[in-house]
Write a protein that binds this ligand. Structure first.
Ligand SMILES: [Zn+2]
Ligand SMILES: [Zn+2]
Length: 168
């Protein structure tokens, strides 16, 4: 899957949140932590994931684009806390007391285990039509059309797929 192009300002906001929370952890725990790598490669309906050995956070670019600031304020510290807990305590329960403590006491973020983002659009399909019939595009394909990355053609009539219902 091609990662959707994310506006630079959004990526900067992600990095800002990451550094802010990393700094909080640093001063609270009197340690310096290396900055984790952020990758915008999380697929499916998962908001983000923490890759402990890789010291990496993978974020879902579609959900980030749709939710922006709430995503940044919630998912970035959530995944960062997983990395920090692993560094401090080794392998423990993913959302156990260590993680809760890291979130609330160290990072100052309320510890919700799951994110509230709607993943509807990730399953949704979008109506398109050509000259001969109705087509349904997945959100991934629809987004690619919106971003002007590609155009889809009907394999039947060869016509370009246009947004909207096929006129009955
Ligand atoms: Zn988690
Ligand atoms: Zn057609």
């Amino acid at each position: 899957m091609k990662t959707p192009r994310l506006p630079i300002a959004l990526q900067q906001a992600v990095m800002h949140s990451l550094r802010l929370h990393l700094q909080r952890a640093g001063s609270h725990l009197k340690q310096t932590f290396a900055e984790p790598t952020i990758l915008y490669q999380q697929r499916g309906t998962t908001a983000g994931s923490a890759w402990l050995q890789q010291w990496e956070i993978r974020l879902n670019p579609v959900l980030l684009l749709e939710n922006k600031q709430p995503f940044i304020d919630e998912v970035v510290p959530h995944e960062l806390a997983h990395l920090l807990v692993w560094k401090q305590f080794g392998k423990v329960a993913p959302h156990g007391k260590e993680w809760k403590w890291m979130m609330e006491t160290v990072l100052g973020v309320s510890a919700r285990r799951t994110h509230r983002f709607s993943t509807d659009s990730l399953q949704k399909t979008f109506a398109y039509h050509c000259q001969c019939r109705q087509h349904l595009l997945t959100v991934r394909r629809h987004n690619r059309v919106l971003r002007g990355e590609t155009r889809y053609r009907c394999t039947g009539c060869g016509g370009e797929l246009l947004r909207g219902e096929y006129p009955q």
